[in-house]
Design a protein around this ligand. Sequence first.
Ligand code: ATP
Length: 262
Amino acid sequence: MNNYLSQKYFIFMIPCNHPRYESLMLRSRIEEGVKNGIVHPTGLIAHGRGEAFDYLIGEKTQKFAENAIKAGVAYLKIAENPVISVNGNTAILSAEEIVKLAEKIKAKIEVNLFHRSEKRIKKIISFLEEKGGKNILGIEGDARIKGLSHDRAICSYDGIYSGDVILVPLEDGDRCEALKKMGKVVITVDLNPLSRTARNADVTIVDNVVRAMPALIKQFEKIKNPEEIIKKWNNEKNLQIALDFICSRLRKFYRNYNLNLL
Ligand code: ATP
């Protein structure tokens, strides 16, 4: 069965009024991404971890994410050389929005993979080009992120290496830390407020990338006072708000669950 048919088949199997329709459709996209070589098989596991946290935040863009989105946009607005770093999961879930956001903020797009292979980089670049992306970096791999060993250090000199503000959705903790040590401002989208990436970034948007990317685009026109937003921004405090929100939701679930048993 080719990709198109298997996708259709899945749509047929999942009625759109299924309570988990959107989540199942995202799973299906990731699954297709693995089949066509855009997503690394471990991307399935990363997606699953994300899903669990999305469940806990109510599968909605919460206030703490809205505030982080505004802070992220503020940093991107004052950036001199912004770069959007794209991996397989981000590409398959948000290619169109990545291209649109890059156009708006005049950012470079770099395909940068933890499990690097030329074949997969080329596939992701073509996929982004199909959505209108231009001059996408990544294949040259002519620089290294300092302090990291192996292929996961490879990056593009004109992209991540020389960029000042890097938007890295769904990043690995080690690489986020290394980018920080290189003096970059790091903005991430990560559903897990406890991950090392979330804790190391300058701005952590605790939200699903499929909701965060369109929200970043929308906010771009609205933010007129980036310096003021940045001055007030406290990522640690915002992560604490996200964690408190999850805890209070869990407490409510527990109470309701007990009531249902009575
Ligand atoms: P770290 O190394 O930062 O401690 P990790 O080992 O969990 O974290 P990875 O598996 O490399 O990191 O990255 C996946 C991260 O992306 C996870 O924290 C996961 O919650 C998050 N994630 C997965 N899918 C999404 C998504 N659709 N939107 C936002 N975040 C997501």
